[in-house]
Design a protein around this ligand. Structure first.
Ligand code: NAI
Length: 391
């Protein structure tokens, strides 16, 4: 089987390393960035492959080919895996679309808000018919240690959810991915579940707001722990965000009783299900973060400026999870006619920090909406147009 991993970051290193260590798979890598490809090729040549270090041991995988040219790696690939921030999905899909084999399975690990809309839009322009799928989250917390050489898996989810379009393909894809990645993968009934269930879109902006919402501009002596410093105030913000997403799901299900959104789990339940025994005290949302070994040592994104160490608001925790996370949720809520006050509060704070505008006086009409994942961007302007595609 030929598999191409698209991306050059933490997830792509983990996927390429793990799968190319297995016999019988021809694993390739595509990144549009020449410098990344050259670094990766040099690393693989120098070290004999990509080392994946995890609690289970160490593996050495060697991708068959690493290229910045989609024509060199996409044709003939039965499985194409996108592992990169959501803001890069559309450009990546447009780059690979002309080279895709008809019927290829193209998936996002993770999917992030509205991947199915983005994929159908980008592939449709090239008249391509692919099976589209996505995971609700990346199966690992992982970080590159040496680019093109070594990646560390810090934690592995106990189970991950998968959706596909057309949905009849979901069981086959879940079985294949479960085997390839060694992580139990369950099917959910529709892609809307993944869009609403993304937990990064709650956790990342919610924790950034909790940590830095009152920041006075002064430098930090060291980067705060991102997850393990979550206190009562941040936990309350996260609880409000997850409650509002649940209220959105109930409103959708009330209007469309055949719509199954049971896979959109409250955050505390998702944490316990995903991390299992890695959490030593699962008694509350807050304790499930701070006693979760999968999150140990992970720090807030910071950058060193002339003023010292300051929060990096342009990191993907806001740059990805606002336009392709909370703003997408907000777009769905707009179609339902439901207000989400904490989602609005976090977007309003974050959009100033990243220099974007999605909400204007509480209305979804900011100038940067066209660079977000809202359904309205794909001409989904009514609740029926949104939901009927999933029934
Ligand atoms: P990353 O930040 O390491 O990915 C960066 C890579 O994305 C770049 O190296 C480049 O190859 C690619 N990229 C960036 N901009 C691009 C563009 N405009 N066009 C094409 N490619 C571009 O991201 P990472 O850590 O691999 O995460 C991938 C996804 O998984 C993200 O959605 C992230 O939020 C999610 N995730 C990551 C986790 C982790 O532990 N790394 C945990 C849970 C979710």
């Amino acid at each position: 089987m030929q598999i191409t991993v698209c991306g050059g970051g933490n997830g792509a290193h983990t996927l390429a390393g793990l799968m190319s260590a297995q016999p019988g798979l021809r694993v390739q890598v595509y990144s549009p960035f020449r410098d990344e490809v050259e670094q990766w090729q040099a690393g693989v040549t120098d070290r004999g492959g990509i080392t994946v270090v995890s609690a289970a041991g160490t593996l050495l995988g060697r991708p068959h080919r690493i290229s910045h040219t989609p024509a060199a790696v996409i044709p003939g690939s039965q499985l194409v895996l996108l592992s990169l921030p959501a803001f890069a999905h559309s450009s990546m899909l447009s780059a690979i679309a002309p080279h895709l084999d008809d019927g290829a399975w193209v998936g996002g690990l993770p999917a992030r808000g509205g991947l199915d809309w983005r994929a159908r839009n980008a592939l449709g322009k090239h008249g391509k018919s692919a099976v589209i799928f996505g995971l609700q989250t990346l199966p690992w917390a992982c970080r590159i240690r040496h680019y093109g050489q070594e990646v560390a898996i810090l934690g592995t989810k106990a189970t991950v959810d998968l959706a596909a379009w057309p949905s009849a393909y979901a069981p086959q894809i879940a079985t294949l991915l479960g085997d390839l990645l060694g992580v139990p993968t369950s099917c959910v009934s529709n892609f809307l579940s993944l869009t609403l269930a993304g937990t990064g879109q709650i956790i990342h902006p919610g924790v950034m707001y909790g940590l830095f919402g009152d920041w006075d501009g002064g430098p930090y002596a060291e980067a705060p722990l991102f997850y393990h410093s979550i206190g009562d105030k941040t936990a309350a913000i996260l609880q409000h965000l997850t409650d509002e997403v649940q209220s959105l799901c109930r409103a959708l299900e009330n209007r469309f009783p055949a719509l199954d959104l049971s896979a959109v789990r409250p955050l505390h339940e998702w944490l316990c299900r995903s991390y299992g025994d890695a959490i030593s005290d699962p008694s509350s949302l807050q304790s499930s973060f701070v006693t979760n070994q999968g999150y140990a040592g992970l720090r807030a994104p910071m950058c060193l400026t002339a003023d010292g160490l300051v929060p990096d608001f342009l990191s993907r925790y806001l740059a990805e999870d606002i336009p392709y996370g909370l703003v997408v949720i907000r777009g769905v809520a707009e179609l339902v006619g439901l207000s989400l006050p904490t989602v609005d509060e976090v977007i309003t704070w974050a959009q100033r920090r990243i220099g974007k505008e999605y909400l204007v006086h509480g209305q979804l009409k900011g100038r940067d909406l066209d660079a977000s994942g809202v359904p309205q961007r794909y001409n989904i302007n009514t609740l029926e147009a949104l939901v009927l595609q999933y029934l």
